[in-house]
Ligand binder design. Structure first.
Ligand SMILES: [Zn+2]
Length: 281
């Protein structure tokens, strides 16, 4: 199974083994003990409180594209270290650690697959890999996915899960990915190829301020934290209490920043519907 990657437990709720050897997990939101099998069948959403637990990129792909249809692209792209950046740890070591922990080579997976039988170019970011931050490789994978989408006249879907924005370890090289991905998406729009953006918890900072918010259609999972600067920093800066639910999907939907808030189970049917409209002619 796609999600059975090593150390995926970094994002999953804590697993426990019951007296009869069955697997249980604890919901991190309501603390309910859940039968793991039911939890997985419910797409990592707590059946009690409906909390949408964060997914790895491979888990997301496994519940989005048709089984066996995903073909990864640009898997060989690796981060370079243009600044030779070292803080508490060297950037190169941070990357190696993230690779070891997630089984990924970078914070985004890109490729092509079918969804309900309709082809789509897909990019998924993974918040477990250096907070899903936008470094040169993530930017390059998005731009290449856009280029493939233009050439093959295939819709592009980006599913964002990025708590980090631009990846500071790469300095200006990471910041310019915001402009680079935005410009590429401009070319996609000029070519008349649709871009569907799915925002999940969390989608923040440079990711939110570039490709994630440029979708022709913008949908988000319930309760996802979506914004630029985090709420704590804003409160400390303006010294005021933020309104209830600030920067959550439902709040942004009410303010007109999103087209829809969809439960995880509804996202694939929604994508199939949207793709079917495009492929009609
Ligand atoms: Zn729960």
């Amino acid at each position: 199974m796609l999600w059975k990657r090593k150390k995926v437990a970094v994002i999953s709720p804590r697993k426990k083994v019951g007296v009869r050897g069955e697997d249980w997990v604890k919901c991190s939101a309501c603390q309910a003990n859940l039968y793991e099998k039911r939890f997985l069948e419910n797409l990592w959403v707590c059946p009690r409180c409906q909390h949408h637990h964060r997914l790895t990129a491979w888990q997301r792909i496994s519940i989005t594209v048709d089984a066996g249809s995903f073909q990864e692209a640009d898997a060989a792209l690796r981060a370079s270290d243009p600044l030779g950046f070292t803080a508490v740890k060297a950037y190169a070591d941070k990357v190696a650690e993230a690779q070891e922990e997630t089984g990924l080579t970078e914070a985004a997976l890109a490729g092509r697959g079918t969804i309900g039988g309709f082809p789509a170019e897909l990019v998924v970011t993974d918040s477990n890999f250096m907070m899903g931050s936008l470094g040169s490789v993530v930017g390059e994978k998005i731009v290449r996915a856009v280029e493939r989408a233009v050439v093959s006249n295939t819709p592009l879907i980006i599913i964002s899960a990025s708590g980090g924005g631009a990846r500071m370890y790469e300095g200006m090289f990471s910041l310019l990915q915001m402009a680079k991905t935005s410009a590429a998406l401009g070319r996609l729009a000029s070519a008349g190829v649709p871009y569907l953006s799915v925002l999940t918890d969390p989608t923040m900072a440079g990711v939110a301020a570039s490709f994630a918010f440029l979708g022709d259609i913008m949908v988000a999972e319930p309760g996802a934290l979506i914004g630029f600067t985090g709420p704590r920093v804003i409160e400390q800066t303006i010294r005021a209490k933020l309104p209830e639910g600030f920067q959550r999907s439902e709040f942004l939907f009410r303010k007109g920043a999103l087209d829809q808030v969809l439960a995880r189970r509804e996202i694939k049917p929604f994508l199939v519907r949207a793709l079917s409209l495009f492929h009609k002619d």
